[in-house]
Design a protein. Structure first.
Length: 580
């Protein structure tokens, strides 16, 4: 899904999209021409809406990031603008190329393109440094030589104002010399730090002379060992936005208290001639809080490192690589993002909303097939030993143009073990001695008994079939039965490993209120079964989704599957049965 659609198409998309406060802001800016008529440094015209998706490359993206991706790229698409892809890579000790690669892949998988607009904050390190020098000479910054403990103590708290550093009135010449020596590598980590000179008595803690450069002798994944001082995120982020001509800088509510510094730094640098009006504006929206999931990077890393899950792409993980492997589609994630909308109020979104969007997307797409997950042998005693009869069913019940699938019925079949009860409970209409049911797409049968092993466990069910009762024939109308069960031919079935995934946590808010999230782990979140599938399932391609009739939606695992031998993951059940 590119951002480069026709103006009319984008205009129609913006008009058709659900309204929210961000769209109202953009509409007002469009009407007033706030960002109209701008050009870039080469004189080329700039769109009036430029957003950006700016992750730090220090982990794998999760479902919360997916909401932000859909929002930023979606708004740019709908308003004939562009969305930049930018990595805010200012912390070399936590960032890796692996994270860069998976983030780019995840954004593209979700259906969005940045075209040539791929940027890194590290691209701007030289400019950021020159701006820091100017801030010192203009009296807006100083080098502080307090220890980290002294700085924390003097910062104050929400009830008490902070205290000025004893180095706050250091001369510009001395601070500039100190910064250059920091850059030259003359000091150890933590010996000195560059701070903005704002107001230590500000009620906003983020305005109490925030740090803008720190010493960090660390190898950077892009700039190597060129730098031993690195800019802070809150300093880098607004400057990067301005350098890229961003109009609407969208972020989650936890950055709301950071906005005054965002505005302060851009205003100071505009006064210094680095930028001109109109400047980017930051707007905050509520982050995604999804029940039965956690999105803390630290806790997700803990799940991986402690091998509670099988890696970042474990299908139970809320990471984009995890939900992709689980079998979610990009369209279902976009539909989910559209349904939950954008607000400024924090709230919890139930997991069933995400699963409902997936069902709605897959229902029309997924071809049908039959799978028996917990097999029990069914023997049709009056069916010829080596005989078989052709049966058929639609590939999709609502799309006859997609054709039919063909399979055989034979003397021995596999059925679900819960489709037989020797002593049926009230309202049970499936197989029990003396009862008739229809084999879906096949014949009506009558149960005659069962075989048991030495422990009394049922190991086979016996029945007889009615030769004139086959589905689709005239005689089938003469048979009225209440039960209809699924089956596969034992002689023709495909055996496959099926992984029955469920929600990773039993608690809807597993880490709320300081709880130990590991105590909420669902012990039944993964179950392996050896199932029998309808003939033809062996041709499934890795990543291909199916509806296993009766059981839900499944996907051929994109990692474990090999040609001719797919492994299937359960994506989601046919209906929301959680907790029932």
């Amino acid at each position: 899904m590119s951002n480069n659609a026709s103006p009319d198409a984008n205009k129609n998309a913006a008009a058709a999209a659900p309204s929210n406060f961000l769209r109202s802001i953009i509409d007002a800016d469009q009407q007033s021409g706030t960002y109209a008529g701008r050009t870039d440094s080469k004189g080329a015209a700039l769109p009036s809406v430029i957003t950006r998706f700016p992750p730090e490359p220090n982990g794998y993206l999760h479902i919360g990031h997916a909401k932000s991706i859909c929002l930023n790229f979606g708004l740019a698409r709908d308003y004939a603008g562009r969305c930049d892809m930018r990595f805010d890579d200012t912390n070399p000790t936590r960032e890796e190329q692996e994270y860069v690669d998976t983030i780019l892949d995840s954004v593209q998988w979700l259906g969005f393109s940045w075209n040539e607009h791929l940027y890194y904050a590290s691209d701007y390190f030289d400019q950021l440094y020159l701006m820091a020098e100017w801030l010192i000479t203009a009296g807006h910054a100083y080098v502080d030589s307090q220890s980290a403990e002294q700085m924390a103590e003097n910062r104050g708290n929400f009830a008490e104002p902070g205290k000025n550093s004893p180095f706050r009135e250091r001369s510009a010449a001395e601070s500039l010399d100190m910064l250059r020596r920091m850059k030259a590598g003359e000091f150890k980590d933590g010996e000195h730090i560059l701070r903005a000179k704002i107001d230590m008595a500000s009620p906003n803690m983020n305005m109490r002379d925030p740090a803008i450069y720190r010493i960090r002798h660390a190898h950077h994944h892009r700039t190597g060992d060129k730098w031993c001082i690195y800019p802070m995120y809150d300093y880098t982020h607004p400057i990067s936005d301005a350098l890229e001509n961003v109009t609407h800088s969208l972020c989650t509510l936890e950055f709301q208290d950071h906005r005054p510094f965002y505005d302060w730094i851009l205003q100071r640098l505009t006064e210094g001639g680095f930028f001109k009006q109109p400047l980017p504006q930051q707007y905050e929206f509520a982050r995604l809080n999804l029940t039965y999931a956690i999105t803390s990077k630290r806790k997700l890393l803990q799940l991986v490192e402690e091998k509670i899950v099988d890696g970042w792409d474990d299908p139970r993980m809320p990471t984009i690589v995890g939900i992709r492997r689980r079998g979610y589609t990009p369209e279902s994630i976009q539909l989910f993002a559209e349904r939950i909308g954008v607000t400024k109020s924090d709230s919890w979104i139930d997991m069933s909303t995400l699963e409902g969007a997936l069902r709605d997307d897959l229902d029309d797409k997924a071809p049908r097939t039959v799978a028996v997950l917990r097999p029990l042998k069914l023997i049709i005693d009056n069916f010829a030993e080596n005989d078989s009869v052709a049966c058929s069913a639609p590939v999709h019940p609502h799309h006859p143009e997609r054709g039919m699938r063909n399979f055989a019925i034979s003397r021995e079949l596999w059925i679900e073990e819960d489709d037989f009860m020797e002593e049926p409970s009230k309202g049970y209409f499936r197989l029990y001695p003396g009862n008739k049911v229809r084999l879906r797409y096949g014949y009506v049968i009558e149960c005659t008994g069962c075989d048991k092993d030495a422990s009394g466990k049922v190991i086979a069910v016996h029945c007889n079939y009615f030769a004139d009762s086959k589905s689709g024939t005239e005689g089938s109308a003469n048979y009225k039965v209440k039960g209809n069960i699924h089956w596969v031919s034992a002689a023709h079935a495909v055996q496959a490993e099926v992984r029955l995934y469920d929600r990773l946590f039993n608690d809807p808010q597993p880490d709320a209120g300081g709880k130990d999230f590991k105590l909420a782990l669902n012990p039944n979140s993964k179950e392996l079964v050896h199932a029998y599938l309808e003939a033809g399932a062996e041709l499934a391609q890795a990543g291909q989704q199916f509806q296993f009739e009766r059981h839900g939606y499944f996907v051929a695992d994109r990692v474990a599957s090999v040609a001719g031998k797919p492994v299937f993951n359960r994506i989601v059940t046919l209906k929301d049965s959680w907790g029932k």
